[in-house]
Structures are given as C-alpha cells and as structure tokens.
Design a protein around this ligand. Structure first.
Ligand SMILES: *Cc1c(COP(=O)(O)O)cnc(C)c1O
Ligand code: SF4
Length: 337
C-alpha cells in the first residue's frame, strides 16, 4: 500500500472551530479518512469539499436503503470480481482510498476489513470467459497499491489474450495527486490500451496539482475520462456543472458519466430527484461543447445495469418527427422515404 498524509477530524474541528465530536458515532460504522491534500481544499465548513469527505450524522438516518442495492455480491462469480455485462467485468483490487467519500456506492466495503479478492480465481475466471474484452480495476482505489503490486495485476491480465482493454477507476488524481509520478506513468504505459476514469465532482477540485497529475497520465498515452456523481448541495446546479465539465476538458479529461446517486444505505442526504438531473444535463446542451457533456446515467437497483437518462426532445408526429431545439422550439424532421 502507498502512504500519504492524512488529517484527523480533531484537526479539522480545530481548524474550523467546529465541534465534530458527534461524528464519532458515524465513524464507528462508516470509516473516515481524509488526505491532507484533499482537506487543504476545504475553504469553509460545509463547503463542497467538506461535504464530500467530512462525515455527517445524516448518514445514520438512512436505514431503509440496502447496503448493496446493485446486487454486486450476487453478481460476483468469484470474490472481488463483478460480472454484470457480457463483455466487461470489474475487478476490486483494493478496499482503501486516499479519502473516503461519504457518498460512496461501495460504502459497505471501502475501508472495512474482509471481502478479500481471490486473485487467482479471478484471473482464472477471466481467462476461461472469452467474451470478457474489457476489465475495469476498481475498489477502493487501485492507485492505493504500490507500482509493483499494480504492475503484477496488469501483467497477469495482459497475459490473457482476449482482454483487449483495461480500465482503471481512480479518485487519486482528485484526493492525492502527488501519487501520480513519472515512474507510475511509465509502468502504466507498458499496458496499453489503458483507460483511466477519474472522479472529479466540483470545480474546487480542479487544482494545479490535479492538472499536473492528469497531464502526466495523458502524456503517457492514457485516455482520461471522468465520472461525476450528482450530489445534492455539492454540484447540483447548472453553473457548477458547466465549470466542472469545461474545466475537465482543459485538464485533458473527457467527461464520461454523470451518475444519479445509487440507493446505497447511508447516502440519502446526497440524493437528488431524477427530473432535476435530467433538466441539468439538458441545460448543458447548446451551452457547452458536446465534448463537455457526460452521459447522465442511473444504475438500476437489482444489478439491472446503467441506463442513460435523456431530456425528452423527440416525438413522432404522423410521418415526420418533431425535434426540440436547445432553446425549446419544435422543428419538423422527415425520415428518408
Ligand atoms: C459501470 C459498470 C461497468 C462499466 O460500464 P460501462 O458502461 O462500460 O462504463 C461494468 N461492470 C459493472 C458491474 C459496472 O457497474
Ligand atoms: S474514491 Fe471511490 S471507492 Fe473510494 S470512497 Fe470515494 S467513491 Fe468510494
């Protein structure tokens, strides 16, 4: 495991003159870890960075939802490998992160003991499942592993001929960008085609350090995407979203997904109504480049998969279509006869 500097809740309480002692009952259930770097981005209590990393007693209010609504455990043919779609699977390679996000969809697992991945069984399953073309390393955060540990996993996957694409999902460029070193990038570049999806949620996270990390990765030929989670009180307004998405493009990161919050226990206070997200994504159309617009997706409970949610802009009108412009005007469009 890599090491990094962290701050305690007591230090945050001292810095912002707040009483955070009631949070001990929260962290007894959902662990807390905040990197010094990420904590340094907090400008005031309850700002968008604070809300993402400092626990809240509201986490304990949410008891009706399930710990694993996406049925990941049921969809795991071997411990630590989630196989939900025909041609791709998720391999959980670490259960730690440089900062534990309070809205995490794997809140049941990250930072907790147990749930070890059986690597040899996972490699064996992938090797004997020829339709698997695309393996996604996730966790926890794969970049919490040492370069050598990650190199071993990538090499084992690359020995399987039908594995075409490897993806890494990591929030390290957001929470501990100094972990992205030239040596790490050189090692990753031995395993192309390699994609890395990072996880920026707010323009406050688009710092010079994060930009340097993304630039190092991109210069090593790693295609960078971004998955944002739509979070109430953090990024659920059009201007914040525009700044985030256009700022990411400037950092050589292509927005990929905007996720509707999953129905994960302990995260209800972050959830927005589905219609709000639909309007938000609609509000970006025409205002910013299509390059800056992610797919807004809902990951359906029961492991039914991700489904894009689109603004309602298309109606059949007899022989022709009616298509709505970004400014709301309906325009006729005829199919070929
Ligand atoms: C999100 C996800 C994937 C990847 O889906 P893409 O749409 O290809 O990015 C694969 N497996 C599981 C279990 C997932 O949740
Ligand atoms: S970095 Fe990812 S896996 Fe880790 S706590 Fe945040 S959302 Fe969860």
């Amino acid at each position: 495991m890599t090491t990094f500097q962290t701050v305690s809740l007591a230090e945050i309480a001292h810095r912002f003159r707040s009483d955070l002692s009631p949070l001990e009952q929260v962290t007894a259930i959902y662990p807390c870890c905040i990197s010094s770097y990420y904590a340094s981005l907090i400008t005031a209590p309850h700002d968008p960075v604070w809300k993402q990393c400092v626990p809240s007693v509201e986490e304990l209010d949410d008891t009706t939802q399930l710990p694993d609504p996406l049925d990941e455990e049921r969809l795991s043919p071997v411990p630590g490998l989630i196989h939900r779609y025909p041609d791709r699977a998720v391999l959980l390679v670490s259960n730690r992160c440089a900062t534990y996000c309070r809205f995490c969809m794997r809140k049941r697992k990250v930072g907790c003991a147990g749930g070890e991945t059986d690597f040899s069984a996972a490699y064996n399953y992938i090797a004997t499942t020829p339709q698997l073309r695309d393996i996604i390393l996730s966790g926890g955060d794969p970049l919490m592993l040492l370069d050598d540990e990650l190199h071993q996993i990538l090499s084992a996957l690359r020995r399987i001929p039908h594995v075409e694409v490897i993806r890494i999902g990591s929030r390290i460029p957001v929470t501990d960008p100094s972990r992205i070193t030239p040596a790490l990038c050189r090692m990753l570049a031995e395993h192309h085609p390699l994609y890395l999806n990072t996880h920026f949620n707010h323009p406050q996270e688009l710092t010079a350090e994060a930009a340097r990390a993304c630039s190092l990765l991109a210069s090593a030929g790693i295609q960078l995407g971004n998955q944002t989670v739509l979070l109430k009180g953090v990024n659920d307004d059009s201007l914040t979203m525009q700044k985030l998405m256009t700022g990411l493009l400037r950092m050589r990161v292509r927005p990929y997904y905007l996720h509707q919050m999953d129905l994960v226990r302990g995260t209800a206070h972050f959830r927005t109504p589905l219609e709000q997200g639909r309007q938000l994504i609609g509000s970006l159309r025409g205002r910013v480049s299509g390059m800056a617009i992610p797919h807004f997706v809902i990951d359906l409970p029961g492991g039914k998969g991700k489904v894009p949610v689109l603004p309602d802009m298309l109606h059949r009108d007899g022989e022709v279509w009616q298509v709505q412009t970004n400014s709301g005007e309906w325009v006729r469009y005829a199919d070929p006869v």
